[in-house]
Design a binder for this molecule. Structure first.
Ligand code: PBG
Length: 337
């Protein structure tokens, strides 16, 4: 005989009962968001005392290294654990062979050195490994016969990872989706003596329409033109394939993995975390930032509440932490100081 389901025991069982008082809601809460969950992506541009607003990301600037160092100082005082630095490379330094990516004195390497000099071990520095900030065609890899080639690109990525580690980067985050890059980068870092540098793999990164504002910020949108990244980034229709991507990156030595974008891909975050139980980060990407910001600017959403709810939702799905352009706002809202 089937047991009677508990929910059938109304009026004895009333799920609203514990929701009635604030103290009780606090006790019953299953998921908590804290400043420890936040990674703040920042855009750096050449020059001094420069701050250029990114039109499609209200409140976000590209900033020169001096201002960047100040912003990271703010992150330190808010107790944000890490920042992710992205360079807006001047167009004249972008080439089809992406040589600037492996220049030990490129913008992001200079930025890493300056941030390390100013803030030392008080905050972690994460750097993307991918060629799109340096390519005249806007693709993440080298192009041969109209195709983004894998293995030749991976060789460049290894060199790029090593120059970034030499500059003082703590975490290398390959965001290119080439096959085999995590293992190759791990080997290159170890060979160069950087056994202690972590790899956070953009393991399940989708060919998403939500990266548009980021491409404006780093100035790669125009270069990419009508091109797309569908031959290497994942099809938004696929979920099982994400698990294969993550499994490979873990096997190749990734210390943590990432799912990107965030909110539209909560199912992927949940499955990755449940399947592998490894540190799993979610990237609340530029398009998600733009959507929430635009609605809030129109008075259609309560900005602060929407920020905290979206980040909490990512944590509830299983994220260990979130890369978010709202990191500073969220840290303040969470009352971290
Ligand atoms: C570069 C890179 C992208 C993002 C992070 N690293 C853009 C892309 O893949 O086209 C997107 C981040 C965002 O939209 O906030 N490979």
């Amino acid at each position: 005989m089937a047991e009677k389901p508990i929910s059938g025991s109304y009026p004895q069982t009333r799920l609203r009962r514990p929701r009635r008082q604030r103290w009780s809601r606090r006790l019953m809460r299953e998921t908590r968001l804290s400043v420890d969950d936040l990674i703040w992506p920042l855009f750096v541009c050449p020059g001094e005392q420069r701050q250029e607003p990114v039109a499609s990301m209200p409140g976000v600037n590209r900033q020169s290294i001096d201002f960047l160092v100040e912003a990271v100082g703010e992150a330190v005082s808010l107790k944000i654990p890490a920042v992710a630095l992205f360079p807006a490379t001047p167009p004249e330094l972008k080439t089809s062979e992406c040589n600037e990516a492996v220049n030990p004195n490129n913008l992001v390497c200079q930025a890493v050195r300056a941030v390390k000099r100013a803030h030392g071990a008080k905050i972690g520095i994460i750097c993307d490994v991918a060629l799109d900030p340096y390519s005249s065609h806007g693709q993440d890899g080298l192009v041969r016969d109209d195709y983004v080639v894998n293995d030749e690109t991976v060789e460049m990525l290894c060199r790029q990872a090593v120059v970034q580690a030499e500059a003082g980067c703590d975490v290398i985050a390959p965001s290119d989706m080439m096959d085999g890059r995590v293992g190759a980068i791990r080997a290159a870092l170890d060979l160069a003596g950087f056994q202690g540098v972590q790899i956070m793999a953009y393991a399940a990164k989708y060919a998403s329409a939500f990266y548009g504002p980021f491409r404006d910020a780093v100035g790669s949108a125009g270069n990419l033109g009508s091109g797309d990244k569908k031959t290497y980034q994942m099809d938004p229709a696929n979920a099982d394939e994400a698990l294969r991507e993550v499994a490979l990156d873990i096997a190749e030595g990734a210390d943590s993995v990432m799912v990107k974008p965030g909110l539209p891909y909560l199912d992927i975050v949940a499955r990755v975390k449940q399947t592998f139980g490894v540190p799993t980060f979610a990237y609340q990407v530029s398009g998600e930032y733009a959507m929430l910001s635009a609605a809030a600017a129109n008075g259609w959403l309560d900005r602060d509440a929407a920020i905290l709810e979206s980040l909490l939702a990512l944590k509830r799905a299983g994220a260990s932490g979130v890369l978010t352009y709202f990191a500073r706002d969220a840290a303040k809202l969470l009352g971290s100081v």
